[in-house]
Design a protein around this ligand. Structure first.
Ligand SMILES: NC(=O)c1ccc[n+]([C@@H]2O[C@H](COP(=O)([O-])OP(=O)(O)OC[C@H]3O[C@@H](n4cnc5c(N)ncnc54)[C@H](OP(=O)(O)O)[C@@H]3O)[C@@H](O)[C@H]2O)c1
Length: 298
C-alpha cells in the first residue's frame, strides 16, 4: 500500500556548499546525492552492504541534503527500495528525482523501454517502490549506456507529459539527451532538469549548461567524479595539493562554481566519503585554479 507524502515546499535555509536551487516549485540543496552505486556490483542487486547503504542515505538527509537521485532500473528497484526503507515517511523538504526509459536484462544490460506503455509501467513501479502517490521529478532517460543517440523523442516525452497531467508526476526532466532532444522536449512540456554526463574532463555540454541556466532549468551532471573511471589529471592533483585538499573536493567545488544551475549528485557507498564530499565541495577556488582546471576539459 502506498502512503501519501506531504511535499509542501519549505524555505530551505542551508549552509551547505552551493546553497539552494528551485526545481519547479521544489527548493533543493545544490549538494545532493546519487544512489545508483548503492544497488550492488554492476548496479544489479543485492547491495554489497545493505546496512551500510541505509546508513549512507540517512546520513545524506541528516547532513541536510534535500535532493536524491535514483531510477527504477538501479538494481532493478533496489535503490528505490533502499531509499524507502531508510527514509520513509519522507521529510516534506526532500525531493526524490527518478528516471524511466530503460530497463535491465539478465546480463545487466540497459535495454531501452520507451514505448508509452513501458513508461506508464515504470512510473507505477517507481511510485510503488518509493512508496509515494506522486513522483517529484521524473527524467526520461534517452540514448544508451554508451551515450546519447539522436532519436526522436516526441512520442515518449508526450507519454510522460500525459502521466504528469494525470497527477502522477510533479515535474519532468530528460537525461542522456542531446541539445536537440532537450529542445524537442521543451516544445512538448516544461522541464525542470537535464541530467547528462559532465565533469571536469567531459565538457561537451558547456553551451547547453549556459542556455539552461539562462532559462532557470537545472543541469545535473551524472558521473561528476568520473563514475566507474575516477577523474585523474595532473592539473587536478596540483590544484588539490595547493589547497591541501583532495582531487575529489576540487572536482566538486569546480562544478558548483561552474554555473548556479548545476546540482551535484555525486555517489558514494561510504558515510565518511559523503561527509568529505559535503565538506570539501565548498573549497574556494582562485582564478589561477580555474584557469588551470579549464585546461583539463580543453
Ligand atoms: N542518467 C544517467 O544515465 C545516469 C548514469 C550514471 C549515473 N547517474 C546518476 O549519477 C549519480 C552519480 O554517478 P556515480 O555515483 O556513478 O559516479 P560519481 O559520482 O562520478 O562517482 C562515484 C564514485 O566516486 C567514489 N567516491 C565518491 N566520493 C569519494 C570520496 N570522497 N573519496 C573517494 N572516492 C569517492 C565512489 O566510491 P565510494 O563508494 O568508495 O565512495 C564511487 O566509486 C549516480 O548515483 C546516479 O544517480 C545517472
Amino acid at each position: 500500500m502506498t502512503t501519501t507524502v506531504t511535499t509542501t515546499a519549505t524555505t530551505t535555509a542551508t549552509t551547505l556548499p552551493g546553497g539552494t536551487w528551485t526545481l519547479g516549485d521544489r527548493p533543493v540543496t545544490r549538494m545532493g546525492y546519487g544512489a545508483m552505486q548503492l544497488a550492488g556490483p554492476g548496479v544489479m542487486g543485492p547491495p554489497a552492504d545493505r546496512d551500510g547503504a541505509l546508513a549512507v542515505l540517512r546520513e545524506a538527509v541528516g547532513l541536510g541534503l534535500t535532493h536524491l537521485d535514483t531510477a527504477h532500473a538501479y538494481g532493478p528497484q533496489v535503490t528505490n527500495e533502499l531509499i524507502r526503507d531508510a527514509l520513509h515517511p519522507y521529510a516534506g523538504s526532500l525531493t526524490i528525482a527518478t528516471k524511466v526509459g530503460a530497463t535491465r536484462d539478465a546480463q545487466g544490460g540497459w535495454p531501452a523501454a520507451r514505448q508509452p506503455a513501458d513508461l506508464r509501467r515504470q512510473v507505477h513501479q517507481n511510485l510503488e517502490s518509493l512508496g509515494v502517490e506522486v513522483l517529484d521529478v521524473v527524467h526520461l532517460r534517452l540514448g544508451t549506456a554508451a551515450g546519447t543517440a539522436p532519436e526522436p523523442i516526441s512520442e515518449a516525452f508526450g507519454a510522460l507529459a500525459d502521466l504528469q497531467r494525470e497527477g502522477l508526476v510533479r515535474h519532468l526532466g530528460v537525461s542522456n539527451a542531446t541539445a536537440e532532444q532537450v529542445r524537442e522536449a521543451r516544445a512538448i512540456a516544461p522541464i525542470v532538469a537535464v541530467q547528462n554526463l559532465y565533469n571536469l574532463a567531459v565538457r561537451h555540454d558547456d553551451a547547453l549548461i549556459d542556455e539552461l541556466a539562462s532559462d532557470g532549468i537545472a543541469y545535473v551532471p551524472f558521473f561528476p567524479l568520473g563514475g566507474f573511471t575516477p577523474l585523474q589529471s595532473a592539473a587536478l592533483s596540483a590544484v588539490a595539493r595547493r589547497h591541501e585538499a583532495t582531487p575529489i573536493a576540487v572536482a566538486l567545488a569546480w562544478l558548483l562554481h561552474r554555473s548556479p544551475n548545476i546540482l551535484l549528485i555525486a555517489g558514494t557507498s561510504s558515510v565518511d566519503h559523503l561527509r568529505q564530499n559535503v565538506a570539501g565541495a565548498g573549497l574556494p577556488l582562485t582564478e589561477a585554479d580555474l584557469a588551470e582546471l579549464d585546461r583539463i576539459g580543453g
